[in-house]
Design a protein around this ligand. Sequence first.
Ligand code: KG4
Length: 351
Amino acid sequence: MMEKKTVILAIESSCDDTSSAVIVDGILRSNVTASQKVHEEYGGVVPELASRAHQQNILPVVDTALKRAGVTKDEISAIAFTRGPGLLGSLLVGTSFAKGLALALNVPLIDVNHLQGHVLAHFISDQASAESRKPQFPFLCLLVSGGNSQIVLVKAYNDMQIIGQTIDDAAGEAFDKCAKVLGLPYPGGPHIDRLAKLGDPNKYPFAKPNIPNYDYSFSGLKTSFLYTLRDMLKEYGVETIDELAERVPNLREDMCASLQTTVVDILMRKLKKAANDLHIRQVAVAGGVSANSALRQAFVDYGERYHWEVFIPPFSYTTDNAAMVCQAGYFKYLDHDFCAIDEVPYAKTTI
Ligand code: KG4
């Protein structure tokens, strides 16, 4: 008789991406994401619009994930869902859908911490990466996204400790807010990355924070960025960034390159301090900002210089995705670590 397959269906809806993924016997078979364009014109995510878009997207996204994985709903062994942190309205859509489907199919439910999911993205085995290196515990993970900038000591898949974190803005938030000031679309991070390639990283020396231990701060850098522009507007006697850009050649490109270099330097210095102090040589990066090309290059450079073994996720697993939630759910499934059907989502939580 054929042995029964372990099929985990995952749902991610913590912010503005509706995503669903399927893992069959430890191998990722599908990862489907519907990104919400509706927020672009507002320059940031509008929570109410995000919830409504999740409601529209969730059924087709889950259906597509199952079809692409080549499994039917009757084969599902358990359903994993992002319980938090995130936008409560968005989380409620995914949580309620997961509960309803788990009840209907009579399968266990697995709650996943979104931040742990980002870290565990390094363990995803898809067709291309099944044989690839995976980090060994304990390792350090720099978790950088729109809402977080943390150095995490990962002792086991379910035992993580934040040893440093931002005391104000997150790195992604700093990118997004500075991009907005430059008149770039939301989210600004990818646009900064693109323009930075054409600019001089040493043109504008921005303030770097002096924060103790392994903590970060990005609000001073943001202010320094803003004041640099404000002073130039005054100097050239103009009112808008567009007018300034006409007078200062390569303005946006140089501002982006200088900002990116500063952010990456701030992130890497603290990470190096933590790796040295804890004598850890396995260092990973995760979260949306890990898509940044300068940060990825810095990992490669630090790896060579300080003999780190570095782990950089494929682009598809950097921003919010259900594949990472599915991987976290798969680990919990193997431990029979299920949650009750009446669990509620949480907007704020730590790792
Ligand atoms: O993890 P994530 O998808 O979700 C949230 O935290 O909501 O991270 C999104 C963040 C945004 O701030 C976005 O601007 C940033 O990741 N981001 C980038 C790049 N791609 C995405 N920042 C810098 N360079 C990029 N290439």
